[in-house]
Write a protein that binds this ligand. Structure first.
Ligand SMILES: [Mg+2]
Length: 346
């Protein structure tokens, strides 16, 4: 019995240990296009037995109800109030800045109009209606006329009495089935170029969307799951949340190694099954970093693989060695094996 207890105490924790709320990004974490990412559905259903699950998306063109229906179809029974969208975060910001029921000029589509209406705001498409604020989110139907109305409404700088301008998110690109297309950041930038003002951003990597999620789920020990370092991981870090980077989406091992301070995940997983697996402790001995079966050493400008071990442990060890060196990755000679990418095909 004492032996059993000692073994149990020595067991390495899983990323889910102590977590009361799992907050997951969607694209690249749960689904890619219409289809589910391998192991995502079963892992999130399993995680549900011990934690609340919420989903966070910067995508402003879909309503929470349509996202919930999509997830339910994929085998993740989900209610609309379990989806936190960037329009909801934008409404939260808006409520701090304008009077209840104020008229808001909308650049965007149904996802945004739905949230503004639910929150009791009146919606207009014209700068001539003396809007109290401009809210801008992506929708495929956003055109020059909508951008121009926003510009007309935002002629006066905010510190000279101009109205607030809130962007749901500033993702530069939006992946489409036919390729990469301009995202909301590009369209916000078009208005910025015309008026010389900067929008306040609600979505990742800014904190309002994370604050909305924490409030909604009453989270005290949340864990964020994301596939992008610059939005998911940076945002979670700013919001003071632990984070998982899962290698099923956008960012690849070479991006992990090069991640700047502030965009470094607490856990690196190949897929979401890793949430339930003991996460190997990082052991640092001088310039040598060991994670599980892999050991990497910093030797001047060289990153030396002493023991390759498992490819995922190797990436974890290499990342820690580079991150903890306090030096930029460009100063190192990094062996290709360190950023091999067998994870994409899983
Ligand atoms: Mg994503």
């Amino acid at each position: 019995m004492p032996l059993f207890r000692r073994d149990a105490a020595r067991r390495e924790a899983t990323p889910l240990d102590g977590v009361d709320t799992v907050l997951a990004d969607l694209d690249g974490v749960v689904y890619a296009g219409a289809g589910a990412i391998p192991y995502a559905v079963e892992s999130l259903n399993r995680a549900r037995s011990g934690a609340r699950i919420g989903y966070i998306t910067n995508n402003a063109s879909r309503t929470d109800a349509s996202v919930a229906a999509h997830l339910s179809e994929l085998g993740l029974p989900t209610r609309p109030d379990e989806i936190v969208t960037s329009p909801q975060a934008a409404v939260r910001l808006l409520a701090e800045r304008v009077a209840p029921g104020a008229t808001i000029l909308v650049v965007g589509g149904d996802g945004l109009i739905d949230e503004l209406t639910k929150a009791g705001f009146a919606v207009t498409r014209s700068a001539d209606d003396a809007p109290a604020a401009v809210v801008q989110g992506f929708a495929p139907e956003v055109d020059w006329k909508q951008l121009a109305e926003a510009a007309f409404a935002l002629q006066t700088p905010e510190d000279e009495g101009g109205i607030p301008w809130i962007a749901t998110n500033t993702d530069w690109t939006i992946p489409q089935s036919r390729g990469i297309a301009p995202g909301n950041g590009t369209l916000v930038s078009a208005v910025h170029t015309a008026v010389g003002r900067l929008a306040t951003v609600a979505g990742k990597p800014e904190t309002p969307i994370f604050e909305e999620a924490v409030a909604r789920f009453d989270a005290t020990s949340p864990l964020f799951l994301g596939d992008r370092l610059d939005t998911d991981i940076a945002g979670a870090s700013r919001a003071g949340m632990r984070s998982v980077l899962v290698l099923t989406g956008i960012d690849r091992p070479k991006h992990v190694l090069a991640a700047p301070a502030g965009s470094r995940p607490d856990y690196i997983l190949a897929d979401l099954r890793g949430l339930f697996q003991p996460y190997p402790t990082v052991v640092t001995d001088g310039d040598r970093v060991t994670v599980g079966s892999s050991t990497v050493r910093v030797d001047g400008a060289h990153i030396v693989i002493e023991r390759a071990g498992d490819q995922l442990d190797l990436l974890r060890a290499g990342a820690r060695a580079i991150w903890d060196s306090g030096r930029a990755i460009f100063g190192f000679r990094v062996p290709e094996q360190l950023y091999a990418d067998p994870f994409r095909s899983r």
